[in-house]
Design a binder for this molecule. Structure first.
Ligand SMILES: Cc1cc2nc3c(=O)[nH]c(=O)nc-3n(C[C@H](O)[C@H](O)[C@H](O)COP(=O)(O)OP(=O)(O)OC[C@H]3O[C@@H](n4cnc5c(N)ncnc54)[C@H](O)[C@@H]3O)c2cc1C
Length: 448
């Protein structure tokens, strides 16, 4: 491969803090807030113009239940629950207080406003929006001294004691020299979209329509879809595109994902316009970034393994609990497979169940599973932790842990762990998991 040398450059140090967080989805915001609430001075860097990541910029506006799979106790608290309460006050969330409601609908725009307010309530968080992380400056192998960021004011350095990579893609981890792992197959990206007038379609079924009109509109997506009415709005959010064979290591892969998924959306709109008359459907919003389900994973000190997680293991370094099923979208066709905590395993193709079995003995239910701090700690790194979908999990564990109510908890744990690292010479490897769990619990997280 041909390469080019980047000349050395002197850049100003524009900001200094105890903790620097790269990426401002709820994962990154919650990391920043938990560190700030424990007294740290925090810098939060987000490349988009708003906080919320996939939930706002990607229009993916669905969280999941905070109750266990038996509906008898709450297993997720902390900032996820706080944010749900905040959204409830402004009408931006569906019913999250009843265990029977598993899918919790959000309003992405109100989430953005509440995230702004949450950050602004913490004067020790300094936020940089429309600012991209680009490089890491290393003090020694495994030790980050500063990050280089860029915005319309130019290129500058941010110096900190501890760093949290909440970029989803693991951009800081990669730049800092962490070993990264490709999964066997990447779960495929999807662009969501919001529509007005969706109800005028009646009982519209995208899978059936795609099957019927595939030849007439060849750019139609593969046929798997889900959607929801957005609370406090007249819009419908549709997740109906799928970009097959995405490879995040190709320089233009995300560009292709943006264009392919928007071409699929154009085909859906054209089909609706021509084949579902009369209707009053109009496109109301496109995401400002395609939704990436999976990219590279860090090589951590302790990979999260599906077999252990789904056995309900009480890991000593557990930092969160989840009930979302193992949910794997195929990157080669429209199939999707679930392993639900009620013990049921189902694979759907063309929207129809094609294979049903049980992965748990008849009558058995897994109330919830736990995930770990070790899977966020990049091997060989001293003052850097990862939080988000780049965490180190095998295919099954990732299929479950990858949803937002779970990654939010990873963010909170990373924020608390960063404050503990600072007490040990900015060294995450010296932190005490028991203490981190205690601090998480005293800040509202549920530790089981
Ligand atoms: C279509 C789709 C549907 C899904 N459905 C659901 C669902 O219904 N419910 C659910 O809970 N989960 C769902 N998921 C999964 C979930 O949305 C993601 O796994 C999760 O949001 C990832 O969170 P994250 O914080 O790791 O990354 P992201 O949400 O991607 O956030 C990363 C943030 O870092 C920022 N960033 C990246 N690079 C830089 C940089 N260089 N400098 C500065 N900032 C940077 C990004 O702009 C972004 O704000 C879905 C995913 C997709 C794609």
């Amino acid at each position: 491969m041909e390469t080019i040398l980047i000349p050395a450059e002197q850049v100003k140090v524009a900001a200094e803090a105890d903790v620097c967080v790269i990426g401002g989805s709820c994962t990154g915001v919650f990391a920043a807030v938990r560190a700030a609430r424990l007294g740290a001075r925090v810098i939060l860097v987000e490349k988009q113009n708003r906080l919320g990541g996939t939930a706002s910029c990607g229009l993916v506006s669905m969280w999941h239940s905070v109750f266990d799979a038996t509906g008898t106790r709450q297993v997720i608290g902390g900032l996820t629950f706080e944010m749900m309460e905040r959204l409830e006050r402004c009408g931006g969330i569906g019913n999250f207080r009843t265990p029977a409601e598993f899918n919790i609908r959000l309003n992405s725009e109100l989430l953005t406003l509440e995230l702004d307010a949450l950050v602004e309530e913490h004067p020790n968080i300094r936020l940089f929006l429309q600012t991209s992380f680009s490089r890491a400056v290393m003090r020694a192998p495994g030790e980050v001294e500063a990050v280089i960021a860029e915005n319309n004011a130019g290129r500058f350095a941010i110096r900190a004691g501890a760093f949290i990579d909440a970029s989803g893609d693991g951009v800081l981890c990669r730049a800092a020299g962490c070993a990264m792992r490709r999964p066997e197959r990447f779960q495929p990206p999807t662009s969501c979209a919001r529509f007005e007038g969706w109800k005028t379609l009646g009982d519209f079924n995208l899978t059936a329509m795609v099957e019927k009109f595939r030849d007439k509109y060849p750019e139609l997506p593969c046929g798997y879809w889900w959607g929801m009415e957005v609370p406090n709005s007249s819009c419908y959010m549709l997740a109906g595109t799928r970009v097959l064979h995405y490879d995040p290591e190709e320089a233009d892969a995300t560009t292709r994902a943006e264009l392919d998924s928007r071409r699929q959306l154009r085909a859906i709109l054209e089909m609706i316009r021509n084949e579902c008359r009369p209707n009053r459907v109009s496109l109301q919003a496109l995401p400002s970034a395609v939704g990436i389900r999976e990219g590279l994973h860090i090589e951590s000190r302790a990979r999260l393994k599906g077999e252990e997680m789904l056995a309900g293991t009480a890991f000593p370094d557990a930092i969160g609990n989840g009930t979302y099923p193992v949910d794997i979208h195929s990157d080669g066709d429209d199939s999707i497979s679930f392993r639900r905590l009620n013990g049921e395993a189902v694979t759907y193709r063309g929207g129809k169940p094609v294979c049903r079995s049980r992965w748990l003995p008849e009558g058995e239910v897994l109330p919830f599973y736990r995930f770990t701090l070790g899977s966020l700690m990049p091997e060989g790194m001293r003052n850097l932790i990862a939080a988000g979908r780049m965490l180190d999990a095998d295919r099954d564990a990732f299929g479950a842990v990858r949803v937002m109510v779970n990654l939010n908890q990873c963010g909170e744990a990373a924020g608390v762990a960063a404050t503990q690292a600072l007490e040990h010479g900015a060294d995450f490897t010296k932190t005490d998991c028991r203490r981190i769990r205690e601090l998480l619990a005293s800040g509202g997280s549920i530790m089981l």
